[in-house]
Design a protein around this ligand. Structure first.
Ligand code: SF4
Length: 71
């Protein structure tokens, strides 16, 4: 990964079933709304130092509802 590459997390809302695994792994990056659906914090921007948590959350989403974009 290039040094200036930024990661963005995105939840595909219609796939999210609210297991909250992403929130348990990376509460800095994800939160649940009042219906239990996940949303990315910080407009999806993954701060430096939290990249590994973002990838781990993606790997642990059983609904494949979590995308990580590299820009
Ligand atoms: S782990 Fe996946 S399905 Fe579960 S709340 Fe997070 S994004 Fe939604």
């Amino acid at each position: 990964m290039r040094d200036k590459t930024r990661l963005f997390a995105r939840i595909v809302g219609e796939r999210c079933q609210g297991h909250a695994r992403c929130v348990a792994i990376a509460p800095e990056l994800f939160e649940l709304d009042e219906l239990g659906n996940a949303h990315a914090r910080l407009h999806g921007l993954v701060p430096k130092g939290l990249e590994a948590k973002a990838w781990l959350a993606k790997a642990n989403c059983p609904e494949l509802a979590l995308d990580i974009l590299e820009q």
